[in-house]
Design a binder for this molecule. Structure first.
Ligand SMILES: [Zn+2]
Length: 138
């Protein structure tokens, strides 16, 4: 794991408003601290800079790992994952209740790799939705 200076962590946390930049769950409703992650992993040449860091819940980050691409499940074409600094979430995903529906090749590849709609994740987001605590603001 690459060291990320405290000032960069603080910038990323504040910029994201405490929300996972992939599944839109809030840090406020998690008992574990969210991760500041490299969007392009350092193993692939990603830099430790504001433009390559995102706030991620542990589930999204652990499934993402060092992945930067996947086969689009619709077309089988190699596709880069959603990049929170280069892409707008709403261009690539939409909500249907607690389900996150991908709208693009990048969205589909990301939803696949991050297992964003796994049953336990849907159940967690359903509960947050009932508590009027999901999704996070933009
Ligand atoms: Zn997440």
């Amino acid at each position: 794991m690459t060291y990320i200076p405290a000032h960069l962590r603080a910038t990323v946390m504040e910029r994201a408003g405490g929300c996972c930049e992939y599944c839109r769950v809030s840090q406020d409703y998690s008992d574990v601290r969210f991760h500041v992650e490299h969007i392009i992993a350092t193993v692939h040449g990603g830099k430790t800079s504001e433009l390559n860091l995102a706030l991620s819940c542990p589930r999204c980050n652990l499934f993402k790992g060092t992945n930067i691409a996947a086969a689009d499940p619709l077309t089988d074409e190699p596709t880069f994952l959603f990049h929170p600094r280069r892409h707008s979430w709403r261009d690539h995903f939409q909500f249907s209740g607690s389900t996150i529906e991908p709208l693009s090749p990048e969205g589909r590849a990301t939803a696949l790799v991050l297992r964003i709609n796994d049953q336990e994740r849907l159940e967690h987001r359903d509960l947050l939705l009932k508590l009027d605590s999901y999704p996070c603001h933009d």
